[in-house]
Unconditional design. Structure first.
Length: 430
């Protein structure tokens, strides 16, 4: 992963090289803190050890219980699903990958009607084993399989903690089971059993994903000018301090669209604390040049745009044409056009004085994705250190979970009582 921060300099809001040089001493201190946390396997910091601590053999053993499935259905939510979805959507694979990460009944019913249930592996993931949305969806999937005459116990893989409902279920039915890593928040768990099981089921080289993570780990250094991940984390922090409170992440590869979703959770849930943080926005190049770029270029000066691309991509040729005004396209390729759109977006934003940062990987493959995901996790941890926020907690999320559980009769939670205090000002149609 390479990062170019040149277009963040001298913009509005923006930073200067002198600003970053002054910040770099704090980056060095933060790096030392991160290194200590990793060495001690502290909660949260343990995520940055995953390229070394994850055992691909254990993942291969658990997923080897299933012979070449036609489809893999991940039942999870948030970090229990987005990492796996990012890898599977980027890489494709022998098995089609689907995700149930919401409890919209129409969407759930439609997906179950589409799936070849007899040839689908259900990958149910929950660290606590008590996540309401995940367990509810799993119960629905399990019943659908039974109604279709499919033995769900032969088609289910569980990834969970040492205790909880899912662990008891796996033990009772002797299901293949993987352990979630200790001391790792879900949104940082992509380079573990949580994110890699689906990739293994699809036939991907999970060892290469981990090798890419190690590349990212080896690239960390005590200066933002020597570390792409820290350059990104420090620059985004400095821009946010100066008013760039929105970070629009725009990959120029449809295979990386889910990466932007994964990034959004990582950035929002980790850094949105104590009135601080930077709101992530998901975009897709070149599509959203026609739907969002107008706002980024000419709207409020409160944004950073992060553009992401692979250097190597397919080069589908554009046929020659004699149509007036289109002849210039002939002899080029769709890849050339997409790269031109990428560079035009950078130039357009720079000309308007809007900060933008370029992130590049060699190509969309296992190793490059491992490095990209690791690099963004390290950038996020560094940003959290610089902002002095508790990066690895999510109290607002836990509040909502308790409120929902209480409303459904799953316990006595004061958060549920707060629902009754909702203020109303209704405007009804006449």
């Amino acid at each position: 992963m390479d990062v170019d921060i040149g277009n963040a300099l001298g913009t509005t809001p923006g930073v200067t090289e002198a600003t970053l040089e002054r910040l770099d001493e704090r980056v060095g201190d933060a790096h030392e803190r991160i290194e200590r946390g990793m060495a001690d396997d502290e909660f949260g910091y343990a995520a940055l050890n995953l390229p070394e601590t994850t055992d691909p053999a254990a993942i291969r053993a658990a997923t080897g219980a299933f012979d070449d499935p036609a489809a893999v259905l991940t039942v999870g939510i948030g970090g229990s699903a987005l990492g796996a979805a990012t890898l599977s959507n980027a890489l494709g694979g022998d098995a089609d990958a689907y995700v149930l990460d919401n409890v919209d009944p129409d969407a759930v019913d439609a997906l179950l009607a589409e799936l070849p249930l007899a040839d689908t592996v259900v990958n149910v993931v929950s660290n606590s084993g008590t996540t309401a949305e995940t367990l509810a969806n799993f119960l629905v999937v399990r019943e659908a399989m039974a109604d279709a005459g499919v033995d769900w116990t032969e088609r289910t893989l569980v990834t969970t903690g040492d205790e909880g409902n899912l662990r008891r279920l796996a033990d009772r039915h002797d299901l293949p089971a993987l352990d979630v890593p200790e001391g790792v928040s879900g949104r940082f768990s992509v380079l573990s059993t949580v994110g890699l099981a689906v990739a293994a089921l699809q036939g991907h080289d999970i060892e290469a994903v981990l090798a890419g993570g190690r590349d990212g780990r080896d690239a960390l250094a005590g200066s933002l000018f020597e570390s792409p991940a820290y350059a990104y984390g420090a620059t985004t922090y400095a821009l946010a301090e100066r008013g760039a409170l929105t970070n629009a992440v725009m990959p120029y590869a449809e295979s990386l669209e889910t990466f932007a979703e994964w990034f959004a959770q990582l950035w929002a849930e980790s850094l949105g604390k104590d009135g601080l943080g930077q709101t992530p926005v998901r975009a897709l190049g070149a599509t959203d040049q026609h739907s969002q770029l107008q706002l980024y270029r000419a709207g409020p000066r409160d944004k950073l745009v992060t553009v992401v691309r692979p250097r190597e991509r397919a080069s589908t040729p554009i046929p020659e044409t004699d149509l007036e005004g289109l002849a210039y396209l002939g002899g080029s390729s769709l890849g050339d056009l997409l790269d031109a759109e990428f560079e035009a977006t950078e130039a357009s934003l720079a000309a308007a004085g809007v900060p933008n940062v370029r992130v590049e990987i060699d190509r969309v493959d296992e190793r490059a994705l491992g490095e990209l995901l690791y690099g963004m996790e390290a950038a996020c941890v560094l940003y959290g250190e610089l902002a002095s926020v508790p990066t690895f907690t999510q109290p607002a999320v836990e509040w909502g979970k308790k409120a929902a559980r209480g409303l459904l009769g799953g316990g006595d939670f004061e958060e549920a009582a707060a629902v009754a205090d909702k203020r109303e000002l209704r405007i009804e149609r006449s």
